[in-house]
Write a protein that binds this ligand. Structure first.
Ligand code: ATR
Length: 300
C-alpha cells in the first residue's frame, strides 16, 4: 500500500505529520475539520486539521503557540478575526484592507495573515456562476465583516462599483467610504428602504451578506423586495443553511440566475489549503464533504 492509499484508509499520524487547525469560540460546529481532513487524505498528504477552542483572553498565547509548536497554520474564526491582527508579523494586502484575518500561514516562524473570505466569494462567483466581477456593478446587502471582506476583494479585482445597503445606514456609509477612500473603488451607501425597483435593477450582481434567512429562522421574507429584480441580475446569498434561501427562491421565480453560499465556504477553505500546502485544493472533495455534512444536519 502506498502512502496515498494508506491515507485514504484513515489518517496516519507519525513524526512527520503537519498540523493545521482553526481557532475560535465556539468551534464545536465548524465544518472545516472534516472538509480539510478529507482534502488532505484525498491527496495523500500527511496533514491533519484540528479545532482549537480559544477564549479571547488566551488569543495571544494561542497565536504564539503556532511558532512554538511549528503548526503549518491556522484558520481564525469568530470572535478572533480582528483581534488576531496584533499578534501577526505581516499582513497581505486584502487582509490589511479588510482589517480581519481568517487564515494564518507559518512561514518559518513568521506569521502571515490572510483573508480568504472575499477571495473565496470571488472564486465561487467565477467558477460556480461563471461571472467575472471586473467592470461589473454590484450591490452588497449588509455592512458587517462578510460584506467588508467581499467588498474590498471586489474593488481590488476591478469591479466598476460596489454599493452598500444596510439596515443601519451609518454602517453602510462607513463601509462605502472605506471601499472608496481605503480601497480606491467607487461606492455609495443606501438604507434598505431606499432600494426601490429602479435602484435594484441597476446592478449586474446583488450579494446578500447578512445572516437574515439562516436556519432555523429560514422562513422569512427577503430583506430586498425580490419581485423588483431584473432577470439580468445575478443574485447571490452567502447563507448556506438552507442552501436555497427565500431570497434565492424568489430571485429564481423572477428568472434570475442565483449563486448559493456553499461555494464561498468551500473556496475560502480551498484558498487556505493552497496557502498552507502550496498545492491545488481538491475542491470537489471539499464540496462533497460539506454537502454530506449539511444533509446530515438537516435530518438531525
Ligand atoms: P458578519 O461578520 O457575518 O458579516 P456582522 O459583522 O455582525 O456579521 O454583520 C451583520 C450584518 O447583518 C450587518 O449588516 C447587520 O445589519 P446592522 O448593521 O444594521 O446591524 C445585518 N443584520 C443582522 N440582522 C439583521 C436583520 N434582522 N435585519 C437586517 N439586517 C440584519
Amino acid at each position: 500500500m502506498n502512502v496515498r492509499q494508506e491515507a485514504r484508509q484513515g489518517t496516519v499520524i507519525d513524526g512527520t505529520t503537519r498540523v493545521a487547525g482553526v481557532i475560535g469560540d465556539p468551534v464545536a460546529h465548524t465544518l472545516s475539520p472534516p472538509m480539510h481532513n478529507a482534502a488532505f487524505a484525498s491527496q495523500g498528504l500527511g496533514w491533519v486539521y484540528v479545532p482549537f477552542r480559544v477564549a479571547p483572553e488566551h488569543l495571544g498565547e494561542a497565536v504564539r503557540a503556532v511558532r512554538a509548536l511549528n503548526l503549518a497554520g491556522l484558520n481564525v474564526t469568530i470572535p478572533h478575526k480582528v483581534a488576531v491582527l496584533e499578534y501577526l508579523d505581516e499582513l497581505d494586502e486584502s487582509a490589511r484592507l479588510i482589517g480581519a484575518v481568517n487564515t494564518i500561514v507559518n512561514k518559518g516562524g513568521r506569521l502571515i495573515g490572510y483573508n480568504t473570505d472575499g477571495a473565496g466569494f470571488l472564486r465561487s462567483l467565477r467558477s460556480d456562476a461563471g461571472t467575472e466581477p471586473r467592470g461589473r456593478s454590484l450591490l452588497l446587502v449588509g455592512a458587517g465583516g462578510a460584506a467588508r471582506a467581499i467588498g474590498v476583494q471586489l474593488v481590488l479585482e476591478g469591479a466598476s462599483r460596489v454599493d452598500v445597503a444596510n439596515r443601519t445606514y451609518e454602517k453602510a456609509k462607513d463601509l462605502a467610504q472605506h471601499l472608496t477612500q481605503g480601497a480606491g473603488g467607487k461606492s455609495r451607501a443606501y438604507a434598505l428602504d431606499e432600494l426601490t425597483p429602479q435602484v435594484l435593477r441597476g446592478y449586474d450582481v446583488i450579494v446578500h451578506t447578512t445572516s437574515w434567512g439562516m436556519a432555523p429562522q429560514a422562513d422569512v421574507p427577503p430583506l430586498i423586495s425580490s419581485d423588483a429584480l431584473s432577470p439580468d441580475t445575478l443574485v447571490c446569498d452567502i447563507v448556506y443553511t438552507p442552501r436555497e434561501t427565500t431570497l434565492l427562491r424568489a430571485a429564481k421565480a423572477q428568472g434570475c440566475r442565483v449563486l448559493e453560499g456553499l461555494g464561498m465556504l468551500v473556496h475560502q477553505a480551498a484558498l487556505a489549503y493552497e496557502l498552507w500546502t502550496g498545492q491545488r485544493a481538491p475542491v470537489d472533495v471539499m464540496y462533497s464533504v460539506l454537502e454530506t455534512k449539511l444533509a446530515e444536519r438537516e435530518t438531525d
